[in-house]
Write a protein that binds this ligand. Structure first.
Ligand code: NI
Length: 153
């Protein structure tokens, strides 16, 4: 395992669409481990593969404070969303900026896990927000594109 360099806003790769994963090769398995290590090293709650320069539809998330809720989603798709929340977001690719974004309060996401098994995640609140934020990255969208107000201070 190793940490990888996080690509920063202005890097064109962040604007590209990531490609689906067809199978978990050793290379993809290593990427996933490195994504967790990078996310934890940078103190983030989520990371998309494109943020470490790999255009594959893979995200990792852990909204816990003690690394106890690690999840990896491969080829994630939002199949249901409802409600609304407006909360602050930040992004490892956009250091020093945080601001309000409107997201669904509740989403259901279907994906494959790190072993390419089908999973479904029913998420509210912070986890729903994190899923939407990371899935946006897979389509070249950064939270500042849809931020309605930047946080002051
Ligand atoms: Ni981000």
């Amino acid at each position: 395992m190793a940490t990888r360099t996080v690509r920063l806003i202005g890097d064109e790769i962040l604007r590209k669409t990531s490609r689906p994963v067809e199978e978990i090769t050793p290379r993809i398995a290593e990427l996933i481990e490195d994504m967790f290590e990078t996310m934890y090293a940078e103190d983030g709650v989520g990371l998309a593969a494109v943020q470490v320069g790999v255009l594959r539809r893979i995200i990792v998330i852990d909204i816990s404070k003690d690394h106890s809720e690690k999840m990896c989603l491969v080829n994630p798709e939002i199949v249901f969303s409802e409600g609304e929340q407006c909360t602050s977001e930040g992004c490892l690719s956009v250091p020093e900026v945080s601001g309000k974004v409107i997201r669904p309060e509740h989403v259901i996401v279907r994906a494959k896990d790190k072993d390419f098994k089908d999973i479904e995640i029913d998420a509210h609140g912070l986890l729903a927000k994190a899923l939407c934020h990371e899935i946006d990255h897979l389509d070249g969208i950064v939270f500042t594109d849809i931020m309605i107000e930047e946080d002051k201070d």
